[in-house]
Design a protein. Structure first.
Length: 302
């Protein structure tokens, strides 16, 4: 039975990865057949064949498309209403406002609980699964600790924005762990990215915490106004905490090596690129002395 499922998964994976190339092959013939098989071969070197699961397959597409869409919306000025953008683009109707601290705790707690519970729901599934569960649980635990003891908040959060973000974090965490569970028994990728992934994750989570710590020191007790951040990588980019978060999530994808994990990480990249672009634009509009050479999130590039 396991062999049969693996075969179906591989066929689905081949179709997903090489649909475009195979269509070209039908249209133009000969040469493209080699290109198509190369894409499949290279992909199978570092990603598990996706399991035969409609839920995981659907979430793979939904997570990528929704995160990328929100990222492009941020660039166009249509923001999720939290942090410095909490009261931007609000409608005339009455909306429920949360304090930033309550809103942030609402975002992270369900995902943390999902990661924590997974140790009991899917026990004894090997080192890779334990590393993934640990990374996701630690990521959201750190976020909760930062909300409680590090961040100094000044804005708020609209419930209309908090609910979809909370669901996104919870569902992506649960789906990533479930996809890893379903990979049990499937062929391991020939190229093992787990240990480089652990290194990337640690660099990302430590770097992210350090940049958040720098931000927290910008304000004295009781201060609420925004200032131009200084120190760390803030002299190069306005959102180095997003840069390290991107690194962190690619570390998670490397640990997992499932198609869903890579899909979510790429989608997250699009979202954080959009959010950092909007953040830089906001600082340029608020501070006349904001250095024009400071990029959004990628030093010297973007």
């Amino acid at each position: 039975m396991q062999k049969k499922n693996t075969g179906k998964s591989c066929k689905a994976f081949y179709f997903f990865v090489s649909e475009y190339e195979c269509k070209i092959n039908k249209r133009e013939g000969g040469k493209e057949t080699v290109s198509c098989s190369m894409v499949m071969s290279v992909s199978l070197n570092f990603i598990f064949p996706p399991p035969a699961s409609i839920v995981v397959s659907a979430m793979t597409v939904i997570s990528f498309v929704s995160m990328a869409k929100v990222g492009f919306s941020e660039i166009r000025g249509n923001h999720l209403n939290y942090s410095k953008f909490w009261n931007v683009n609000t409608t005339g109707r009455r909306q429920i406002k949360l304090s930033s601290k309550a809103g942030m705790l609402m975002l992270y707690t369900p995902a943390f609980l999902a990661g924590f519970a997974s140790f009991w729901i899917f026990p004894h599934e090997g080192v890779r699964s334990v590393m993934l569960q640990s990374a996701l649980t630690l990521h959201f635990f750190k976020r909760i600790i930062e909300v409680l003891f590090v961040h100094k908040f000044s804005g708020g959060m609209l419930l209309d924005s908090a609910i979809p973000i909370t669901l996104s974090y919870f569902l992506s965490t649960a789906t990533m762990i479930y996809a890893q569970h379903l990979s049990q028994g499937l062929p391991e990728p020939p190229i093992n990215l787990m240990y480089p992934g652990i290194v990337l994750f640690l660099v990302g989570i430590v770097g992210n915490f350090y940049q958040h710590y720098i931000l927290s020191k910008l304000r004295g007790k009781g201060e609420k106004e925004y200032k131009i951040p200084k120190g760390g990588l803030f002299g190069l980019v306005i959102s180095p905490h997003y840069l390290f978060e991107i690194i962190e999530f690619y570390g998670v994808a490397f640990i997992s090596q499932t198609l869903y994990a890579f899909s979510f990480s790429i989608g997250t990249t699009f979202y954080l690129l959009g959010r950092s672009y909007a953040t830089r634009k906001w600082y340029l509009s608020k501070f006349e002395d904001f250095p024009k050479n400071i990029k959004a999130v990628i030093p010297f590039v973007f």
